[in-house]
Design a protein around this ligand. Sequence first.
Ligand code: MSP
Length: 506
Amino acid sequence: MKPAFYVTTPIYYVNDVPHIGHAYTTVAADVLARYKRMMGFDVYFLTGSDEHGQKVEKAATTAGETPLELADRVVKRFQALWERLEISNTDFIRTTQERHKKGVVHIFSDIMEKGDIYLGEYEDWYCTPCETFWTETQLIEDRCPDCNRPVEKLKEESYFFRMSKYQEALLAHIEANPEFIQPKSKRNEIISFVKEGLRDLSVSRTTFTWGIPVPGNEKHVIYVWFDALTNYMSALGYPNQTTEYERFWPANVHLIGKDILRFHAVYWPTFLMAAGLPLPEKVFAHGWWTVEGQKMSKSLQNVVEPNMLIDKYGVDVVRYFLLREVPFGLDGDFSHTALVQRLNSDLANDLGNLLSRSTAMAVKYFDGVLPAPEALTEIDTALKQKTEEMLTTVNGCLDDLAFSKALQAIWEVVSAGNKYIDESAPWVLAKDPAQRGRLATVMYCLLESQRIVHTLVSAFMPGTAAKALQSLGCGGEIDKTGLVWGGLQAGCTITKAEALFPRIES
Ligand code: MSP
């Protein structure tokens, strides 16, 4: 049986339309899912929408809609964008679906029965946009420490989760599992946060109604983060012991942005501990995008709309840029100039040009019928070795979620291919009939190296890779057998590749 791999994105709030921040996590998860599938894993890739809570309720009131009408309308925008971005998710969960509500009610009741959710009273500072309570000392100049907006004093009867009880168990888990929270800098932040002491957490609200009612006390709705985090299990069928749940829980990796790490690395694992359930293997927090040096925000009117980027540059350019430009885990800056530069140099000049040059030569010198190679010489073996080493490097990088480094490793082989053409000078060989065999070997090695490159590229830019592999005479299913040198069969048809990426004058 294939090994299982479960990757998730955050579920996105429907009070906002999708922007590049959302696209970023989703594309990263997609690359991982595609790569793992290619490597023979049975992949469950989950994304979805977070539809409850005061934020959504308020946005709906402003829009003159019911919360569900708002959710129905906005969720379509996310789903349409994922389709355009060629996101290969297995499932899409909405927190207003019955299957999800059932899961949330179950885990809430279960923890309550076990004694770790109890009824109490709350008085603290509340930040509505962040849906978070803060103590007096956590405020910064009387404002929310996360978003710097004003907070209000709220007193309410509330259910509490006995999070304090799990402080030591959580610390022990983090210490024992260095891979659990990544990157390392973020792991250290969480360790300090937990060491400062965990307070019991308010897990219900009575000040609004848009949410899942607390079982047995309908005055309360369940806290939106308690509700949302449970999606990772409810999508698999929890609390039922479905085949999916048995097979895929616990998740291998939750991909998230750094702003929501605490919810995933402190709240979620302690909820799971209280319910006696296994914890996810890894939570990885990526950085944030600014735009031309500024924070992306509606008020600055600089929100980068992925659909606009796709219209302008094409889907694969967007996918490539997001993962290549910034090491995953660090903050980065989006600018059209930087994107055009990557497009012209990495994609048009390096990757695209190499393929059109090589396939054009195969057509010119061998009428597009791939010749069989003779014995490899030193430079051929060097190219073969470099190609093979790339596979190990990329595999390691993707295990570490180092997407940008993985792409760099692939592009080293692209450069090696370009250099190989210069060094082997096929146009000189072509003039000498005695060098026919040597020319065949050069063409074979050149195209074979690119076939493997594009097999890997298919995880990042599926459309581009499909076109490339087609022109190399090997379209169709992609799996790891395609990563072995020697896959190109002598006699197959090579067609001249059109420019994969037209250059753009900036
Ligand atoms: N609904 C919650 C997540 C619940 S998961 C159980 C939520 N939704 S969100 O729509 O506000 O944000 C979703 C993700 O978008 C977060 O991971 C956040 O980090 C990411 N981003 C929002 N703006 C971003 C940038 N400017 N740059 C990169 N990612 C950003 O939080």
